[in-house]
Design a protein around this ligand. Structure first.
Ligand code: NAP
Length: 222
């Protein structure tokens, strides 16, 4: 049954609409997976490519678990979903993981006809005007900003990020995801305090976190 499903999926790999799930995934949790699945369904995407940041831009490297651990946990978390894949593109690239560089690399693989949606947290997208070359980002993709229920869009309005006529600004869509009540910050805190993380992360990730003692022996992030 599984073999047949993956075989059918493999022969359809001419993607017209792809979702890029960008994040530091420090660590990945159920909220991220629900976000990706929701975007896949709402935006009629063909595939979701998870791209863990190698060296998150504008942030101190010591605040993050090693890139290889964050990558492996992302692979474990997504393995059972046929339309989720994980890319090492930012893990293997040296220097800060600028999104614009990732999009340029993806454009070498996918033609200009492929529509790219970059999915990440709304708070990260709020900073988009400080990202490297936002006007070039706008040429390559549209953004899906995942929000928690009750999230205020006021700051987006102030930045004119909702202005359809602002041609050089990236286009931003909003998607409310109740499961984003789960956060990586809370999971790191729970691990430090010895509180349960069951059902907040996939089972395999839970085991990886306990085996590796990530976030308990080192203070990666607050
Ligand atoms: P962050 O500042 O750590 O995250 C901001 C908020 O967004 C947090 O609440 C976070 O929750 C949430 N979030 C992050 N990724 C998410 C996702 N894929 N789906 C749903 N919620 C998400 O942001 P970050 O993770 O470092 O960066 C996010 C993305 O933006 C990355 O791909 C990064 O490379 C890119 N970025 C690029 C530039 C640039 O090119 N100059 C600058 C900054 C960020 P959790 O903590 O629970 O994940």
């Amino acid at each position: 049954m599984l073999a047949k499903m993956y075989k059918e999926y493999a022969v359809q790999r001419t993607f017209k609409r792809i979702g890029i799930m960008g994040g530091s995934f420090n660590p990945i949790h159920i909220g991220h997976l629900v976000t990706a699945e929701e975007a896949f369904s709402q935006f009629d995407l063909d595939i979701i490519i998870f791209i863990p940041s190698g060296q998150p831009p504008h942030k101190e490297p010591r605040k993050f678990a090693p890139a290889e651990d964050r990558y492996l946990m992302t692979v474990i978390a997504t393995a059972s979903n046929p339309h989720f894949i994980v890319s090492r593109i930012e893990i293997d690239r040296k220097g800060p993981s600028y999104t614009v560089d990732t999009l340029k690399e993806l454009r070498k693989i996918y033609s200009s006809e492929t529509e790219i949606y970059f999915i990440t947290g709304a708070d990260a997208i709020l900073e988009i005007l400080t990202w490297k070359t936002p006007e070039i980002l706008a040429e390559h993709c549209e953004f899906i900003a995942a929000t928690r229920p009750g999230y205020s869009l006021e700051k987006f309005k102030e930045l004119h990020l909702l202005n359809e006529n602002a041609k050089k600004l990236p286009k931003v869509h909003f998607m409310e995801v109740p499961a984003l009540a789960i956060s990586s910050t809370d999971i790191r805190k729970r691990l430090r305090n010895g509180q349960p993380i069951k059902y907040l992360v996939p089972e395999g990730v839970e085991h990886y976190l306990y085996k590796s003692q990530l976030y308990t022996t080192e203070n990666y992030g607050s």
